[in-house]
Write a protein that binds this ligand. Structure first.
Ligand SMILES: [Zn+2]
Length: 230
């Protein structure tokens, strides 16, 4: 006799009626039923600026109480949107496997990735085939459940995939600014000439660029500081 695994997601746990209907339906058909509560939830998201363009992956695993136990954010280099989505799912599934978790309820907002890995849509693009096979195998190993959710319900993973860009932006903004583009106005005030001009004030530790306003540091300020200390 074959055994049917009845996977109960968290949101159905309180709904005894539909649960027992399913259970008795399977018992009537002389099926051996194994009830499995899905305890862990997880989300993933991938993003690409330009498609293909600079891409990032984000993912998170929650415990039964909905507390994040693992948050992930990584820059991927130049990728398409679908490649980034697949990469995010693969990173997540690898973590689930490494933690020896099973029956994780995974959600993502990519219809293509969710439907392909669930076997509903065909994979036509050769560059996605390899990623698809890897994700499918990992999903099988971890016996995870994959579902599509609308984008606004995937905000946490979305924020994590975007954080990958922020880290890169930060690196770019703090790389050396050519000091020959600094025009000395007074003793401690400079104008940094570039695509846009910014005022650097060493005395009051300020630069008018948007990056400095957020991070209290920038390449213009660093360049002016290096001139001063010469
Ligand atoms: Zn600045």
């Amino acid at each position: 006799m074959s055994q049917v695994k009845l996977l109960i997601p968290l949101f159905l746990r309180g709904d005894k009626t539909s649960f027992f209907m399913l259970y008795s339906l399977l018992e009537d058909r002389k099926q051996k039923v194994m009830v499995i509560n899905l305890v862990y939830r997880a989300c993933f998201d991938g993003a690409s600026r330009g498609n293909p363009g600079e891409a990032g992956a984000g993912a998170v695993i929650y415990d039964e109480e909905g507390r994040p136990i693992w948050e992930f954010s990584r820059a991927l280099g130049k990728k398409t949107n679908n490649e980034a989505e697949y990469s995010a799912l693969i990173f997540l599934l690898e973590e689930i496997r490494a933690r020896k978790l099973k029956y994780v309820q995974i959600s993502g907002d990519s219809k293509l990735v969710v439907n392909q890995v669930n076997g509903l849509w065909k994979v036509n693009k050769p560059h996605l085939k390899e990623l698809f096979l890897k994700a499918k195998e990992l999903k099988k190993q971890t016996e995870s459940v994959l579902q599509w959710v609308p984008r606004d319900l995937n905000a946490h993973a979305d924020a994590l995939s975007n954080r990958a860009f922020e880290k890169e932006d930060e690196d770019r903004h703090l790389t050396a600014f050519d000091a020959s583009n600094l025009e000395k106005i007074t003793d401690q005030i400079y104008i940094a000439h570039g695509t846009e001009d910014y005022a650097v004030d060493l005395l009051h530790r300020n630069c008018s660029c948007p990056f400095f306003q957020r991070k209290k540091d920038c390449k213009h300020f660093r360049a002016a500081l290096s001139l001063e200390s010469r």
